[in-house]
Design a protein around this ligand. Structure first.
Ligand code: AMP
Ligand code: MG
Length: 347
């Protein structure tokens, strides 16, 4: 199939009404369209249609037990998709954080097909802030299931060209709306017995959620031996072809460990580079920078693009300096640990 690539102005998507209508027509005809959101690019299909949603799993190579997030254009649309009344806490979370990068898991109603919920009796719902995403949903008149628009296991796409790299020829259309503001996926929460449980960390942090109730981080995220509540958290993710090694510990020791390994790699003909921060870059001869150590949002925004750059450069191995695991840093380190798999070294 030929993948159509179009640009839409995110400030005022209605200027490109013809393109919006074309995207909506594809979605109405059970096709797939990659859309920008404020987190990462999403691969959208009609969330109420089993056949459409199945195509998402096929195009991404996504395991069928990993449910999709349903995107809506208005807060009130949530009522038509859930099987239980909103709790007080859920209502307040929606009021405060929608539109925005917070996904909430609810009990689902019959309209949500099994494919979308990955066989669970719950559904994850989010109202994106991105104007194009909401304009496409409105034009369709139904909610859109949209996981990240990458091939499963690869880093999530924060630019339309990343989507093209992974899904060219496999989907009907890509809408280029520029770079994604946050650069990491939404925070996923579920309210369980009046506690807000974080199933996937993101840019809405524990501290921001605390105002609305007790907040717990799902133990499955931090402990490999406990099953994560979000099925997607168990899968390898965010990995370039290069072997990713994450180095934690004392800052000086990290630098000397990495420099020693880079020297050894060079002797062995292994093509390797460090992924570092603006503050630590001067310790290395060659490097890729990921952002400012004191500004987590810059690191979050650059993270996936830098991981993709490793493949562009044909690297065999990269060494990444660990980030402080507080607040948005928890989400950054969650993605870095997934990219590294078992290659996490404490110095
Ligand atoms: P993605 O759309 O690729 O950003 O991934 C969505 C994330 O939300 C995955 O980690 C899913 O496992 C998680 N998720 C989606 N629906 C549910 C649900 N009903 N219960 C728990 N986690 C969910
Ligand atoms: Mg994903």
């Amino acid at each position: 199939m030929e993948t159509k690539f179009i640009k839409i102005n995110n400030e005022n998507p209605e200027e490109n009404l013809v393109a919006l209508k074309e995207a909506a027509n594809i979605l109405k005809n059970k096709g797939l369209v990659a859309i920008p959101t404020e987190t990462v690019y999403g691969l959208a299909a009609n969330a109420l249609c089993e056949e459409s949603a199945k195509k998402i799993y096929e195009a991404k190579g996504r395991p069928s037990d990993n449910p999709l997030i349903v995107h809506i254009a208005e807060k009130r649309e949530v009522y038509g998709l859930i099987g239980k009344q909103l709790s007080d806490i859920e209502f307040k979370l929606i009021d405060k954080f929608w539109p925005g990068p917070l996904t909430i898991v609810f009990k689902k109603n019959k309209l949500i097909p099994k494919t979308v919920s990955g066989g669970l009796d719950t559904v994850a719902i989010r109202m994106p802030k991105n104007n194009i995403a909401r304009a496409v949903i409105r034009e369709c008149g139904f909610p859109l299931a949209a996981p990240s628009a990458n091939t499963s296991t690869k880093p999530s796409p924060t630019l339309a060209k990343h989507v093209l790299e992974d899904l060219d020829g496999k989907i009907d259309m890509i809408i280029d709306g520029g770079s994604c503001g946050f650069g990491i996926e939404s925070t996923v929460v579920q309210v369980i017995e009046d506690k807000i449980v974080i199933l996937r960390p993101g840019s809405i942090t524990k501290l921001m959620l605390k105002e609305f109730g007790d907040v717990e981080i799902d133990k499955g995220i931090v402990d490999k031996n406990i099953k994560a509540k979000a099925p997607g958290m168990k899968y390898k993710h965010y990995s370039p072809k290069a072997k990713v090694v994450l180095i934690k510990g004392d800052k000086e020791k990290i630098v000397s460990f990495i420099n020693k390994n880079l020297e050894e790699d060079e002797k062995l003909g292994i093509k390797s580079l460090p992924i570092v921060y603006e503050q630590t870059a001067h310790f290395y001869k060659e490097y890729l920078t990921i952002g400012d150590l004191s500004k987590a949002d810059t690191v979050a925004k650059n993270l996936f693009a830098v991981l993709r750059k490793c493949d562009e450069l044909g690297l065999d191995k990269v060494y990444i300096e660990a980030f402080d695991e507080e607040e948005v840093g928890l989400a950054i380190m969650n993605r870095l640990k997934k990219a590294a798999g078992d290659n996490i070294i404490k110095v």
